[in-house]
Design a protein around this ligand. Structure first.
Ligand SMILES: [Zn+2]
Length: 400
């Protein structure tokens, strides 16, 4: 089926089953028959990721965007926000097998899946993709670095999926334990959830002989792009339409311009139409020499549009910082500062207040950790007025 027909069928289904999409189209003066193909799709207003939480609160549980009955789902995940992410009951629902296959995963591979299997969907995204390809999965999740190195060496694990920083952390432990380059069995890796800096890729590939690929996706729409053997940009995944759009107007931008990654998911379960991921990227103009996938390629992650920052694979949203502040009346202003020490993201909370006890600060740090579902490394007390009218989130990390 060609892409225009698939767009048409998905829209027709969403129009019938997803009242919120229908209302958004009607408010924009659009009828179903007004939309033809990918160009027509651009007339539909962008649904921003930031709006999902509110929509889900107004129309529980999925914001009127789920086309299937809830009882047909396989799993429901909870992303920070909280935002509910549905998983349909088909194998490899998030289409990650394609990315894994491009990275060389297949039968005969034993793979540590170091993504978390609870609340957020990343663990299952990889698990299902690997199973479809016939690889054996060892679900190790996040943390337990020494135990993981022990498992990897004893089982002769051949593949890794996880964040690049966690792979770097594992290699550090492996080195300490005498399993340095040449003695460490992992030969391939698919990494995602954070950028892969060149120095890390070089270390993985050249020092450790780990053939490393990147994958890009979100909890909402699943896999969006993946690297092929050329490792020069991300081929677009199947079952989606990707447009690079002006973050304000939502209009598609000319080829090669940087804009928001807007995805339409051609799914009968969760047909997200014109979903604004909040990520910035651009299309690469040259065709890929691999010749295997002819889809355009994305240049990879180039920053965030909205008021959010991704830390250790999880988003912190500006509204979460505001809500946290409301729980602590003594906190006159708050700011989350993200930085990087070696390969680890650090999270510092700056807070303005007067006559604040260490217990108050401790309680704030604990609550912040619960709210963001991330360890907050430090809380620093500032005098009132020092943060000024400043932003809620500050990202100091440099990616090459
Ligand atoms: Zn290619």
């Amino acid at each position: 089926m060609d892409i225009d027909t698939r767009i048409k069928e998905t829209l027709a289904l969403a129009w019938k089953r997803c009242p919120v999409l229908r209302r958004r189209m009607e408010e924009a003066g659009l009828a179903l028959e007004d939309i033809h193909g990918e160009e027509g799709l651009a007339r539909i207003p962008v649904l921003k990721k930031d709006q999902l939480g509110d929509l889900q609160t107004q129309t529980p549980p999925f914001g009127g965007l789920l086309a299937a009955d809830v009882s047909f789902l396989a799993r429901i995940f909870v992303s920070p926000g909280p935002i509910f992410d549905p998983q349909g009951a088909v194998p490899d629902y998030w289409r990650r097998a394609q990315a894994l296959e491009a990275a060389g995963f297949g039968p005969g591979d034993l793979v540590v899946n170091t993504f978390s299997y609870h609340l957020t969907p990343a663990g299952f995204m990889y698990d299902e993709g690997l199973r479809v390809l016939g690889a054996v999965v060892v679900p190790t999740g996040v943390g337990n670095r020494e135990l993981q190195v022990n498992i990897i060496t004893r089982l002769g694990i051949t593949g890794f999926v996880g964040t690049p920083s966690f792979l770097a952390a594992l290699l550090e432990v492996a080195q300490e334990k005498g399993h340095g380059p040449g003695k460490f069995p992992i030969k391939k890796a698919l990494v995602s959830a954070e950028p892969l800096p060149n120095h890390l890729r070089n270390m993985f590939e050249e020092e450790w002989g780990i053939d490393t690929y990147q994958c890009y996706g979100t909890a909402d729409v699943g896999t969006i792009g993946f690297e092929c053997s050329q490792k020069d940009g991300l081929h677009l995944a199947q079952d989606i339409v990707v447009q690079i759009c002006d973050p304000v107007t939502g209009e598609p931008l000319p080829l090669g311009k940087v804009g928001e990654v807007v995805v339409t998911l051609l799914s009968p379960v969760y047909p997200l139409i014109r979903f604004g991921t909040g990520d910035l990227s651009k299309f690469l103009e040259d065709p890929c020499p691999c010749g295997r996938w002819t889809s355009p390629r994305l240049a990879g992650f180039m920053g965030r549009v909205g008021n959010a920052v991704k830390v250790r694979g999880l988003f912190i949203h500006g509204h979460q910082v505001k809500a946290l502040g409301r729980e602590f009346p003594w906190a006159k202003a708050l700011r989350v500062v993200v930085d990087r020490e070696g390969v680890r993201d650090t999270l510092t909370l700056l807070v303005e207040g007067e006559g604040v006890s260490p217990e108050d600060l401790g309680a704030l740090q604990k609550r912040a950790g619960e709210t963001f579902r991330l360890k907050v490394d430090a809380v620093k007390l500032l005098e009132i007025g020092q943060l000024g009218e400043g932003k809620l989130l500050e990202d100091k990390r440099k990616w090459d």
